[in-house]
Design a protein around this ligand. Structure first.
Ligand code: FES
Length: 529
């Protein structure tokens, strides 16, 4: 049966002919009627951009309505938005005698949802943050679950990321953790984490500005050793085919274990790989199996493409240290033994404690926290140093978030403690060059950890940063720190961990370095000449 509609009298022909346009309110809807020649149109009076009244706009002879606030243009014949973004709601019109009637039946919710997702995709293409928010609200108003919109966004991002998984994926798991804790907050607050994830994905997709589809093909069977070997060979095509087989077979736990091993084969991608791996599977648990392709294929790509930093001279002793790890060392160092200690010496101390991974973990975590607490922040602002001295907060936060990921992975696969803890030695040995042990740090001590986390999470909901990378690191570090402390509130590293976090979130941030870039470019180009 066809829908009879919900026709209401809007105005009379006589009145509209006299005025050409009028605004009426019917059942809570503000409707603009406009006569153009012999045609009569009815549309929402509030512009879908920022809600200013379209009755103050101008109409062309060919029925294009312009909103004068920001010049968006709506073709009232086709319903298309010719300039601008969001679509304008049109109402069907009929004439009954002298009466002009409009059908104000709301479209079915599935149609509204589909339209909102379509709008979200357009906003994603343009990194239009405010439209992302509007379309998410429209979707939610039509009984859509914002997490379904989020899943769609991961689908949009999948083939646009040249290097696969980014911090947007890793941060997404933590944003969703935060969202679950906002249950009693306003609808708007609860939408912020979803907006941030989608905005970040969109930004990263734009930065990669391309189309990078995954190679076709699926392997005949899932072979973990083969997957790890193909990742080692940077053979994305074969690795994707094997991962697809595991996904199709629903063999997620074996796939996860295999990718975790691959993520720790090297000190890879400055330690991002195990973090991305751990967070991708955590995210998959939040979003469900339908997102598996969209999350795991980018992860496999990122593992294939990640830089093997243990192959550069600074970290080259990693392979030898790993092969010398026999798991029997009982000589547990102190955190201060890692002060002013180079990479190779860090490896030796770590191998010598290889039989005491629990104690070693505590020592390394404390050493990493104390380094971060004593980071010589002057390196952020110096403009006369070579490129290898471009050391900033994130070099130190990563030592901690990497170790947090290592712990979770190694608890599942204890043979990976060696890889993970030695990689912490890479951070400690390198970062030791950028620490000022004489600076006072007493002011960063934290008496009330919960209050610190509350303040950080409140700030993150309205962080004010135009780009995503810094707030997402603040989020990731805070969640990792909280995890460590909740798991072991009396661990020896807890005071240093909290103090380091406290300093990080309260020190000024410099995210762009024009003079440093110019100086380094000049020296580099001159040296090449
Ligand atoms: S409010 Fe109409 S174009 Fe911006």
């Amino acid at each position: 049966m066809t829908n009879p509609g919900n026709w209401v009298v809007a105005t009379s022909l006589e009145e509209l002919s006299a005025k050409h346009k009028t605004v009426v309110k019917r059942q809570g809807k503000q409707i603009l009627l406009w006569q153009v020649g012999d045609e009569i149109f009815a549309c929402a009076n509030r512009c879908p951009h920022e809600g200013y009244p379209l009755s103050e706009g101008k109409m062309s002879q060919d029925c294009v309505l312009t909103c004068n606030w920001h010049n968006w243009k709506f073709d009232l014949k086709s319903g298309e938005t010719l300039m601008g973004g969001d679509t304008l709601r049109l109402f069907p019109v009929r004439i009954e005698g002298d009466r002009i009637e409009v059908d104000i039946t709301d479209p079915p919710s599935d149609a509204v949802q589909a339209k909102a997702l379509n709008g979200l995709a357009e906003a994603f293409d343009d990194h239009d943050y405010t439209r992302i928010a509007r379309e998410l609200f429209r979707y939610e108003r039509a009984d859509g679950d914002p997490l379904d919109a989020l899943k769609a966004a991961f689908g949009l991002a999948r083939d646009r990321l040249e290097y696969g998984t980014t911090h947007a994926h890793a941060g997404a798991a933590d944003w969703l953790t935060l969202r679950r804790e906002l249950e009693n907050r306003s609808e708007a607050d609860r939408l912020v984490p979803v907006m941030e994830i989608i905005g970040h994905l969109s930004w990263d997709s734009l930065m990669d500005h391309g189309n990078y589809p995954y190679p076709e093909g699926i392997a005949g069977r899932f072979d973990e050793a083969a997957l790890e070997a193909t990742i080692e060979d940077e053979d994305e095509k074969t690795a994707i085919a094997i991962a697809r087989r595991a996904l199709q077979d629903g063999d997620l736990s074996r796939l996860r274990a295999s990718l975790e091993r691959a993520s720790l084969q090297h000190y890879q991608d400055f330690g991002h790989s195990p973090i991305f791996c751990d967070k991708s599977f955590e995210l998959l648990e939040s979003l469900g199996g339908s997102s598996a392709d969209n999350l795991i294929l980018p992860l496999v790509r990122s593992l294939c493409m990640g830089t093997r930093e243990d192959l550069i001279p600074e970290f080259r002793d990693y392979a030898g240290a790993l092969s010398s790890w026999d798991g029997n060392g009982a000589d547990v160092p102190k955190p201060e033994d890692f002060r002013n200690t180079g990479v190779k010496a860090c490896f030796e101390k770590i191998v010598n404690a290889g039989g005491r991974t629990d104690a070693l973990y505590d020592v390394l975590m404390q050493a990493a926290c104390e380094q971060m607490l004593h980071y010589d922040a002057g390196f952020r602002t110096r403009i006369d140093r070579p490129v290898q001295d471009n050391i900033d907060w994130l070099d130190f936060t990563h030592a901690i978030t990497h170790l947090n990921a290592v712990r979770k992975i190694a608890e599942r696969q204890p043979d990976l403690w060696a890889n993970g803890l030695l990689q912490t030695g890479c951070y400690l040995g390198r970062n030791a060059n950028y620490v000022d042990w004489d600076q006072p740090v007493g002011q960063w001590g934290v008496d009330n950890a919960d209050a610190l986390f509350d303040a950080i999470f409140e700030r993150l909901l309205d962080h004010g940063e135009p780009v995503y990378i810094f707030p997402v690191h603040m989020l990731k570090l805070s969640i990792a720190v909280r995890e460590e402390i909740r798991l072991r509130p009396d661990a020896p590293f807890v005071p240093a961990l909290l103090a380091a976090l406290n300093r990080f979130v309260n020190e000024p941030v410099k995210r762009k370095h024009a003079r440093r870039v110019a100086n380094q470019a000049q020296k580099f180009v001159e040296a090449q000449a």
